[in-house]
Design a protein around this ligand. Structure first.
Ligand SMILES: [Zn+2]
Length: 286
């Protein structure tokens, strides 16, 4: 598959990748071009947000409602809630649901409403699965920092209408965790709780080769020892927070390949799993 790299993205992704475009993972070889473009955009936007968070004073970020990403509130001790963004994704959604069945654990799926409309059978599958919860991840997955207020409103209202048919609980997660004061207010008015995460699996960065480069490891908080080890990184991060909401994505083949092992490790470490609507997580939602 030929992947085009716009110049601006190459700058964000670092010059090493500019010289050698990454090989798509084997299982993504048959994926449509839009899937790959989405993964590249996700990577660039996450790098940009994390760099901004490192470089701007926290109080300033809070006042301007820039991020609804990392949750400061402690999670219920020893309790994990898995969440998967950017679906539904043919092949991946079914595979994740099968793992929930295998281990009898719950998880949330923050669906891109336009994708849910393109794959209604998958959206229905998630909705009807007893261990799965549907959340709203906007209509078309824009970066809210880059679009006008009117477009933000449109994203919220259109996705709310589209997902209403799934009778989903009103849980919203911003693409990239990037928010605005105005859209926060509108979400609360629409009856939503805003959902960030305690633990970023950084799967967007691990995806292409199963390892993460030094720059992305630093900004995403991945220990040096875990740069080649996705599962170890997530387990270490979950242990550091003593549980919590874990951010992952349906669209990354590396995540899918390691998910079974990750769940087994977390269970072996003694963690319990609970859905986001469990009252124990109420204090972690906005
Ligand atoms: Zn997303």
């Amino acid at each position: 598959m030929k992947v085009l790299f716009p110049a601006a993205l190459l700058t964000l992704l670092g010059c090493a990748q500019a010289q050698t475009p990454p090989a798509a993972p084997a299982s993504a070889a048959s994926a449509p071009a839009s899937h790959v473009t989405h993964a590249i955009e996700t990577r660039a936007a996450r790098v940009r947000s994390l760099a901004e968070k490192i470089n701007r004073p926290p109080e300033e970020l809070k006042q301007s409602c820039r991020f609804e990403s990392d949750i400061a509130t402690a999670p219920p001790p020893g309790v994990v809630s898995l969440s998967f963004d950017d679906g539904p994704e043919p092949g991946a959604t079914e595979a994740i649901l099968a793992l929930l069945d295998k281990h009898q654990i719950p998880a949330s799926f923050f669906l891109i409403a336009a994708k849910a409309q393109r794959h209604p059978e998958l959206a229905t599958l998630v909705k009807s699965h007893p261990l799965a919860l549907v959340g709203n991840h906007s209509w078309s997955h824009p970066n809210f920092h880059d679009i006008a207020l009117l477009k933000q409103t449109h994203e919220l209202e259109r996705s709310d209408t589209a997902l209403a048919a799934l009778e989903a609980p009103k849980l919203f997660r911003y693409p990239y965790g990037n928010s605005s004061c105005e859209s926060n207010a509108e979400l609360l008015q629409l009856g939503y709780r805003i959902v960030g995460w305690h633990v970023d699996s950084c799967d967007w960065a691990f995806d292409r080769t199963g390892s993460i480069d030094a720059h992305e490891a630093r900004i995403c908080g991945v220990d040096k020892a875990n740069r080649e080890h996705f599962v170890d990184h997530v387990v270490t991060a979950v242990k550091a927070r003593k549980g919590g909401i874990v951010l992952m994505h349906e669209i990354h083949p590396n995540t899918l390949a390691k998910l079974d092992a990750l769940i087994e490790r977390l269970l072996a470490e003694g963690f319990k799993f609970a859905p986001l609507i469990d009252p124990a997580f109420a204090a972690s939602l906005r």
